[in-house]
Ligand binder design. Structure first.
Ligand code: MN
Length: 307
């Protein structure tokens, strides 16, 4: 479907470029931690972004065996490869190319995320989105969203946009969430493509280039703009976008480019993280560790919602 170009009068600019840190997690899965703990305040309500892109099975085969979460949401978006997940109540699902899983850990669950392939490329992202204090202990649930259920549109200029969460150019995403009101877009720009997206003032926002090079800035992509003020966001870099009075973001590409664009309303609440648990206070983390030791996570019922 075609959607009209959204007019952004003034674009946010790149406040800072961040190159992720190579690390490994789970059972030896190599990944790039793009949004690290020291950026949680600046990018509130987002807590973490991992990018993984491994050709070599040795770098992903171990997957993420049984582990707990409490107090936030995990959003996994696959570009290539297949990942099977199981939770402590026996639910399971298969995440395939272009699909997403939106999991609200809430009061806590135990799950595994394991590759269901023995060769070939494994590529995607896992984003951690905080829950407001009032919802940290809600019952856990998840939704598997197969690729065909992720709304997609193309602009006249040939830009393709997949709307995982939030709304873009009048197209509602697969997921909408209260409180943090996340926007999560996968934007594919052809050579010479331009795209603009309205963003609420005060929402924290970033983009991550995973192919090509995005150019972000004041006049780029804006009707009649020259692109002269653009700042390049190279492959495998995150751009933290300025929080100012701008009404959105405008981007362009000289070469074929793909980015994810993520934004959300900050919670402005204290963040206490201990590994896979994210609460508001140290006392709540202590209680969480106690609950985990007492086996309370195993007893939890996890609801799987239809996509
Ligand atoms: Mn997990």
């Amino acid at each position: 479907m075609n959607a009209p170009q959204t007019n952004v009068m003034r674009s946010r600019v790149v406040e800072r470029l961040v190159q992720g840190q190579p690390t490994s997690d789970g059972a030896g899965v190599k990944l790039t931690r793009v949004l690290t703990q020291n950026l949680q305040r600046r990018l509130d309500p987002f807590l973490m972004l991992d990018a993984f892109r491994n050709e070599n099975p040795e770098d992903y085969m171990g997957g993420f065996p049984d582990h707990p979460h409490r107090g936030f949401e995990t959003v996994t978006y696959m570009l290539a490869g297949r990942m099977r997940h199981h939770d402590n109540t026996g639910n399971h699902g298969l995440l395939g190319p272009g699909g997403a899983q939106w999991m609200t850990a809430g009061s806590g669950l135990i799950h595994s995320e394991l590759p269901e392939q023995e060769d070939g490329l494994m590529e995607g992202f896992q984003l951690w989105l905080n829950l407001p204090a009032k919802n940290k202990m809600i019952a856990p649930f998840y939704r598997d969203i197969p690729t065909e259920h992720i709304p997609e549109f193309s602009t006249e200029g040939g830009v393709t946009v997949r709307v995982i969460a939030g709304e873009s150019h009048g197209v509602k995403g697969a997921v909408t969430r209260p409180d943090t009101e996340p926007l999560y877009l996968d934007v594919h720009l052809p050579a010479g493509g331009r795209f603009s997206q309205k963003l609420p003032v005060g929402h924290n926002a970033f983009l991550y280039t995973y192919r090509g090079e995005a150019i972000v800035g004041n006049e780029v992509g804006v009707e009649g703009g020259t692109g002269a003020n653009g700042k390049a966001v190279p492959d495998r870099h995150m751009a933290i976008l300025s929080n100012d009075e701008a009404d959105g973001i405008a981007m362009a590409a000289i070469v074929p480019t793909r980015v994810i664009l993520v934004a959300g309303r900050p919670l402005n609440e204290p963040i206490a993280q201990y590994g896979p648990f994210v609460m508001n206070t140290a006392e709540e983390i202590q209680q969480t560790l106690q609950d985990y030791r007492d086996g309370k996570f195993e007893a939890v019922k996890v609801q799987a919602l239809e996509a």
